[in-house]
Design a protein. Structure first.
Length: 293
C-alpha cells in the first residue's frame, strides 16, 4: 500500500493527506478479429464484438487537516477542517500538540469536520481538526433526545442508529458545553455510541452524531493498551488488506480522556491518544471503520 502524501502549499492553506484509491479496475479492450465474415465457415457473418466491461467509478478517501490554532492555557476553542468541492466527510477527528489538551466535541458540520478543544494544561497548546473526505453520499444522523450528565460525572451511553440498509462510517458527539470531554465514541452494528465526562460545575447535555452509508463498512478493533496514571498512551487499529479507513474511535474500559483521534499516516487504520487523569491504570482500545470503496 503506497503511503499517504501530504501536500502543503502555504501556512494558510489546508494541509492535505491523500489516501490511495483502493479499487482499481483493469481496462479490457476488445477488438474485432481481422478475418472477414466471408472467410468464415459456412459464410456466416462474424458476431458483433462484445462490449468492453464497464469500469467502476473510482471511489477514494482523502484526508484533510485544517488550520492549526494556538490554544492558551485554560482556554477552549473550535477548529474546523473542510472537504474540497465535490466531496463530503465520512469521518474525522482532531490532532493536538501535547498533554492536557482534550477533545470536547467532534462532529460533522456542513461540508467538513468540527472539533472543540479545551486546554487543561498549564501551557500553550495547538490543535487542529481532521476530515476524511469522499465523493460518496452519506446520511447524517443525531440522537433525538440529548442525554444529561451531572456535574463532574461520567455520562451514560448516547446512541444513534443509521437508517435501514446503512452502517456508520464515522461519528462523534455534540455537547451543550465545550468542557464535556470525550471518552468513548464507537460503532456497534448499525449504531453509533458516545460516552463523555462532564468536567463542569453544572449539569450538561450531549448527543451522539454519526455519518452513515449504504456501502459496505466494517469495524476493526486494535489491541488494548494500558495507560498509567498521569501518562498518555497511543492505541491503534488497522484495517484489513485492501481497505482504507473512513473514520474511527475509542473504546476504553475505564476513565481516560481523548486528546487526539485521527487516521494512521497511510490511511489504513486509526489512532487514538488517551490521557489518564485518574490515580489508577486505565485501558483503552482504538477502533477503525474500514471500507474498500
Amino acid at each position: 500500500m503506497p503511503a499517504l502524501q501530504k501536500h502543503q502549499h502555504s501556512e494558510d492553506e489546508v494541509k492535505r493527506i491523500r489516501i490511495p484509491v483502493m479499487a482499481a479496475v483493469a481496462a479490457l479492450t476488445l477488438t474485432a478479429g481481422a478475418a472477414e465474415a466471408t472467410g468464415r465457415a459456412g459464410g456466416a457473418p462474424a458476431p458483433a464484438p462484445a462490449p468492453a466491461p464497464r469500469a467502476a467509478a473510482p471511489m477514494d478517501h482523502t484526508g484533510h487537516q485544517g488550520p492549526e490554532l494556538v490554544i492558551p492555557a485554560g482556554v477552549s476553542t473550535t477548529v474546523f477542517a473542510s472537504c474540497p468541492a465535490g466531496r463530503q466527510p465520512s469521518g474525522g477527528g482532531g490532532i493536538r500538540s501535547g498533554k492536557g489538551l482534550f477533545m470536547s466535541g467532534s462532529s460533522p458540520r456542513n461540508n467538513g469536520w468540527e472539533v472543540k478543544f479545551t486546554n487543561k494544561s498549564g501551557a500553550e497548546r495547538r490543535g487542529s481538526a481532521f476530515a476524511v473526505c469522499t465523493p460518496q453520499p452519506h446520511t447524517r444522523v443525531a440522537a433525538a433526545n440529548p442525554l444529561t450528565v451531572p456535574a463532574h460525572s461520567q455520562s451514560g451511553i448516547s446512541n444513534v442508529r443509521c437508517p435501514e440498509g446503512q452502517s456508520p462510517t464515522g461519528g462523534g458527539w455534540e455537547a451543550s458545553s465545550i468542557q464535556v470531554i470525550g471518552m468513548r465514541f464507537s460503532v456497534s452494528g448499525a449504531n453509533y455510541n458516545a460516552v463523555l465526562f462532564n468536567d463542569t460545575d453544572q449539569t450538561q447535555s450531549f448527543n451522539a452524531v454519526a455519518l452513515c452509508s449504504s456501502a459496505f463498512h466494517e469495524t476493526r478493533i486494535g489491541p488494548q493498551i494500558t495507560v498509567q496514571p498521569g501518562a498518555e498512551g497511543v492505541a491503534t487499529a488497522k484495517c484489513g488488506p485492501g481497505q482504507v479507513t473512513s473514520g474511527g474511535g475509542s473504546f476504553p474500559s475505564g476513565q481516560a480522556f481523548i486528546g487526539d483521534s485521527r487516521p494512521l499516516p497511510d490511511g489504513t487504520g486509526w489512532r487514538i491518544t488517551a490521557e489518564n487523569t485518574t490515580g489508577t491504570p486505565q485501558k483503552v482500545t482504538a477502533e477503525a471503520t474500514c471500507t474498500t470503496s
